[in-house]
Design a protein around this ligand. Structure first.
Ligand code: HGY
Ligand code: MN
Ligand code: MN
Ligand code: MN
Length: 402
């Protein structure tokens, strides 16, 4: 097998979910493109005589060996994207898992442990707001009733979206039996950064995931006419919001953390009306949990002070928080050594592996990303590096399961 095998399978997935603008993707969980991706995965798994075993949370599972035997080595990632996202974040891990099984079979490997491939649903949280929703449901990290009631921007609940897609939302919930059958979990992912650029390594091994979280910020004021309301008479929440964004940026730079406000909604969202409310989401991350907390607290304090001065209201609450994840050092070092001393690197991006890591020995492999760009159409990795990722994943699976 060769990089051409990667390119061929990659091309079969690539057209699904393109949003028609400069190569971006819109693969919303439970939406049309997601259902097409699910069909694509199901066909590829059946083509390989893998045993399909979808769970009640919308995650797909395909097995080489007996899924009930236990102590399985599972690999996988996700197929959903952020709006107008890139092609590789998630799908590279799924395509590589299918090809790693092909490569192991070409090597004549005979696994002594079941090997599973999983596709987690709603990893980006781009539709229903909670990242890694599928793996959080599997592990019991989120209450299924809360998950069922999560709504998208059109007000559709997860329960409605699942029902429309032909799934039963009553099946959502922790699946300890399935989780207990996993002996190790590996996620291969495009690197969302440039740590491997300039090295001679196409593949790195994950050491940790930064602490990170999402906070919902509510700015409230007084709706009024844009033309007739004197500036001195305004209680404009957009002003307080604008100040909060700049404060988040300043605090992140001061503390060496990362702060992003990528989503904002104004009410009534009219050009000629001072808004009554502005809702915005902060994505905050830091290499150290105390730095993350210090940044969020500093922002909370500064925004509240500014709201008092503006005569507006301000509230902020966490929507999902993820503590630091240290991957299993034994697994990490064993895989890095099998790969001939692959570089070991942390990531500032969240992953389902970060959720699984609290329950099973977990490792991540990162494939070199020449620009480091992710969550954007320019996200890219070369076929040669992607093939190196497949080979590394096959080596890791062989090391652990054969
Ligand atoms: O947002 C993240 O960190 C990941 O790409 N879902
Ligand atoms: Mn991802
Ligand atoms: Mn992502
Ligand atoms: Mn008017």
């Amino acid at each position: 097998m060769s990089p051409e095998h990667f390119a061929a399978l990659w091309r079969s997935l690539l057209p699904i979910g393109r949003d028609g603008r400069d190569g971006g993707y819109l693969r919303r969980s439970w939406g049309p493109a997601d259902l097409e991706c699910r069909e694509w995965f199901t066909e590829e798994a059946l083509d390989r005589d893998l045993t399909l075993d979808p769970d009640g949370n919308g995650n797909l599972w395909a097995w080489w060996g007996d899924p009930t035997a236990g102590d399985a080595v599972v690999t996988g990632s996700h197929l959903d994207s952020v709006p107008h996202g890139g092609a590789y974040d998630g799908p590279l891990g799924v395509v590589s898992a299918l090809l790693a099984i092909d490569l192991l079979r070409e090597r004549g490997a005979t696994p002594r442990r079941p090997i599973g491939i999983t596709v987690f649903t709603e990893e980006e949280g781009a539709r229903f707001g909670v990242a890694c929703l599928g793996s959080r449901l599997l592990t019991g990290a989120i209450d299924p009733a809360r998950a069922r009631a999560l709504t998208d921007r059109d007000g559709l609940t997860l329960a409605d979206a699942m029902t429309k897609a032909g799934y039963d939302p009553a099946d959502l919930g922790a699946d300890p039996a399935r989780l207990g059958r996993i002996g190790a979990f590996l996620e291969l992912h495009i690197e969302q950064g440039r740590a491997l650029v300039g090295t001679d390594a196409a593949v790195g091994v994950g050491s940790a995931i930064w602490p990170h979280g999402r906070w919902r910020m509510e700015f409230t004021g007084e709706a009024n006419h844009a033309g007739t309301t004197r500036m001195a008479d305004r209680r404009d929440p957009m002003l307080t919001f604008a100040y909060a964004v700049l404060a988040a940026d300043e605090e992140a730079r001061r503390l060496g953390a990362h702060a992003t406000v990528g989503r904002v909604e104004a009410t009534p969202n009219a050009t000629n009306a001072i808004p009554s409310a502005v809702t915005a989401w902060l994505d905050a991350r830091a290499g150290d949990a105390s730095v993350l907390q210090e940044m969020v607290e500093a922002l909370r304090r500064r925004a509240a002070e500014r709201a008092a001065a503006d005569g507006t209201g301000f509230a902020v609450r966490p929507e999902s928080e993820s503590p630091v994840v240290e991957f299993d050092s034994g697994l990490r070092d064993r895989i890095a050594s099998r790969l001939g001393g692959a570089p070991i690197l942390p990531t500032g991006a969240g992953h389902d592996a970060g959720v699984l890591a609290s329950h099973v020995p977990t490792a991540m492999l990162f494939v070199r990303n020449p620009t480091g760009v992710s969550h954007a159409p320019a996200e890219y990795a070369t076929d040669v590096d992607c093939w190196a990722g497949v080979t590394a994943l096959a080596d890791a699976l062989e090391e652990l399961a054969c």
